[in-house]
Design a protein around this ligand. Structure first.
Ligand code: Q9C
Ligand code: ZN
Length: 355
């Protein structure tokens, strides 16, 4: 198993996120990845690799994200500091948004003011952007591209070991701690350079709204997500069971919303149903946005999986016998995050080497 490691992730280090009317400490912290690395030092399930700087990364980013969004992200920090010199010590967070009804009538006049632009490209105030965000997120996307390339070259399973996460990011928006959609970038790369059919199975606690939206009208990338019911759980505005894709993509998205409080037995039975759907699609590769916020100890989520269950999750994913890219997503019980992540990878390895 080749594990592509984002060594620049620490450049993204948010101070605070807006939560219920006040700023609270960020959940998505650099220490998350440190815990995975220290667990991997104890249980080396694969080799750690820094992605090459010679990838055609810009093309891979443009195949998923719009060029205006990429231009926004790459200059955002500079523009934020230009608003006021004091901003240099403060993360950028949006506070004003163009709701669909408002946006529709002045699409022809995109705002020049950066605070307004931030609202145009971000769907929540929980995703701070700072000086190192673009560099860190871009290197994470490089990990995703490298993971896809290694799969094409014949690896059975590869990992984009990175943060910030990606599955909430859409073609033209950030949110949910995500900026570039690493899973979508890997899936699109696989599709474009090698495989006819790719499946995405998102097992983060939160619905993979960005990935679903990016591939919503396409039949060649089947997106499946198991997550907390959006009626009560973030990201709220997408992720219901009746969202099946549209146009040519109709029938190629499937959501499994589950109530807050769901225990492993029910979650695992749902995973088996998702695996069957994917197997029926007969994809040539699988991308797994891997969130560990389904853990019982997660501070912002509501499922009840225990650490040992993640070994079984890894084995179940391997049972598909598909070349698989994992991208690291959420998981905020920081001190157990390394154990839980490596449990999935170890479980996967165990099943893929057994007869
Ligand atoms: N009380 C990922 O797991 N805040 N993003 C929710 C819940 C946003 C999660 C607050 C959660 C985003 C990648
Ligand atoms: Zn999540």
């Amino acid at each position: 198993m080749k594990i592509f490691n984002n060594q620049l992730h620490q450049l993204h280090r948010g101070q605070q996120e807006m939560y219920r009317g006040r700023l609270v400490d960020c959940h998505e912290v650099p220490q998350r990845l440190d815990h995975v690395l220290s667990e991997l030092a104890k249980r080396p399930v694969g080799q750690l690799i820094t992605p090459s700087t010679h990838l055609n990364l810009d093309a891979a980013l443009r195949d998923v994200h719009t060029s205006d969004y990429l231009a926004f992200l790459s200059t955002a920090w500079e523009e934020w500091v230009k608003l006021s010199p004091d901003n240099a010590n403060r993360d950028a967070l949006p506070s004003v948004w163009p709701l669909p009804g408002m946006h529709a009538f002045r699409m022809d006049k995109p705002p020049v003011n950066f605070a307004a632009k931030l609202g145009q490209y971000a769907f929540d105030a929980g995703t701070p952007l700072m000086a190192g965000t673009w560099t860190a997120a871009r290197e994470g996307a490089a990990c995703a591209v490298a993971a896809a390339q290694a799969l094409i070259a014949g690896e059975k399973a590869t990992v984009a070991l990175t943060r910030p996460p990606g599955h909430h990011a859409g073609a033209a928006y950030m949110g949910g701690y995500c900026f570039l959609n690493n899973a979508a970038i890997a899936a699109q790369y696989l599709r474009q350079h090698a495989m006819h059919r790719v499946a995405v199975l998102d097992i983060d606690y939160h619905h993979g709204n960005g990935t679903q939206s990016i591939f919503n009208d396409r039949p060649d990338i089947y997106t499946v997500s198991i997550h907390g019911d959006p009626l009560t759980e973030y990201p709220f505005f997408l992720g219901h069971a009746d969202e099946r894709g549209s146009g040519a993509g109709e029938g190629y998205n499937l959501n499994f919303p589950l109530p807050r409080g769901t225990q492993f037995e029910t979650w695992y039975a749902t995973l088996q149903r998702a695996l069957q759907v994917i197997s029926d699609f007969s994809p040539q590769a699988l991308v797994v946005p891997l969130g560990l916020d389904t853990y019982e100890g997660d501070p912002i989520s509501g499922f009840k999986l225990k650490s040992e269950h993640y070994l079984q999750v890894g084995r179940a994913l391997a049972s598909l016998r598909l070349p698989t890219v994992f991208t690291l997503e959420g998981g905020y019980a920081v001190s157990d995050f390394g154990i839980n992540t490596v449990n999935v990878l170890e479980g996967y390895q165990y099943d893929s080497i057994s007869p």
